[in-house]
Design a protein around this ligand. Sequence first.
Ligand SMILES: Cc1cc2nc3c(=O)[nH]c(=O)nc-3n(C[C@H](O)[C@H](O)[C@H](O)COP(=O)(O)OP(=O)(O)OC[C@H]3O[C@@H](n4cnc5c(N)ncnc54)[C@H](O)[C@@H]3O)c2cc1C
Length: 387
Amino acid sequence: MVLASKSKIAIIGGGPAGCICAYFLKQNGIYPTVFEKNSPLKSLLPTGGGRCNLAHFEFDIKELAQNYPRGEKFLYSVFFKFSTADTLEFFEKIGVKTYTQDDMRVFPISDSAEDVRRCMLGAISDVKTQNEKVISLNTCNGGFDIKTEKGSYFFEKVVLAIGGHSAFEIIKNIGHTIIEPRPALTALKTVEDFSALAGVSLKSVKAIFNKQNLTGDILFTHKGITGPLVYKVSSVMAREDFPYNITFDFVGDIDLQGVLNNNSHKSIKNILSDFIPKSFAKYILSKINVDEDLKASQVNGKLRDEILEYLRAYKIEVTAPVKDGEVVTSGGVNLDEVNAKTMESKIIKNLYFCGEVLDIDGFCGGFNLQNCWSTGYIAANGIINSL
Ligand SMILES: Cc1cc2nc3c(=O)[nH]c(=O)nc-3n(C[C@H](O)[C@H](O)[C@H](O)COP(=O)(O)OP(=O)(O)OC[C@H]3O[C@@H](n4cnc5c(N)ncnc54)[C@H](O)[C@@H]3O)c2cc1C
């Protein structure tokens, strides 16, 4: 049964990318139909721990794009048309006032993702949402046949905004290449059992891997390691095979000998506690079979170097991401097959993509939602200019 639809344009996926695309179409008098299998913008609710980190306060397009391990070059021209300033203007317009944290992350003043969702849904309340799961998409009669559990629909243009956690079969079947999805921004499992240290965190740690280094905070868990630094590492390494090794520098350039000299009666455990949490100091000392109560005066040069080696070049073997813990997916629609100026497929005319369904993923900090706002806008603009 083919159901009639007045709308010529369908958006499949009512997440952040699909909804902002609907908004900008509607602003231009074009009313799409949004197919959403769940509740629209439900995926926004857990963002930023329920506070919704909706952007990053970075106005230099190049700097902004550098926060995307996949998609950096593609995003230059995207951000040229719609970037942080446009995002903030959009939210202001729909009634979401924002503020910026010291770390440049932008949040709604209400600190509520629910509030952001409410305002966005309010702004597209006159756009039709079809609460149906799309099962297949095929070209037909110069347009598209969308099959859902309830029936078939004909549309002239389709925007695919189904996110990164979806079955990509719909897209593969229509002839696009999918870069294999892999979790990014995850906690990591390790060979070493850190459960004795679970809950212990270290600040400004340096991770050295693949000829590069990143700095941030790390937290030990029952399964391995997590925290902002680990999320970044997992993102950069998302396309690498497991297992891999990361070297951590927990203390940087410290004058351990100087401290030992000035505190000859202090125990080595208490000396190290000036640089790292005491529980971690004890852990390291037990690994090298050193009595934690050994006096500083008894630490010879060889032992000092051994301790420093552990503190400054600690190798951790990573075996896997923590299951279902990812914030974003690396992989998705191959960017070589999408026009960055319009988000239109280079393979199938009148088919558009936006959001995480594309092979684009960024670090934590508002970059992934920025991808949705920017590519969602470009897709809408691409459609408007094609009419
Ligand atoms: C816990 C968590 C916290 C996060 N926090 C942040 C943050 O603070 N800042 C940030 O920038 N990013 C954050 N992200 C990432 C961000 O949420 C995603 O990048 C973003 O939601 C992607 O939006 P999207 O519209 O592309 O896809 P999605 O949000 O996945 O939306 C896709 C929509 O399509 C629907 N859909 C899928 N398949 C079908 C189908 N066949 N038929 C009909 N409908 C379908 C889905 O139900 C969904 O509603 C976070 C992610 C998680 C998991």
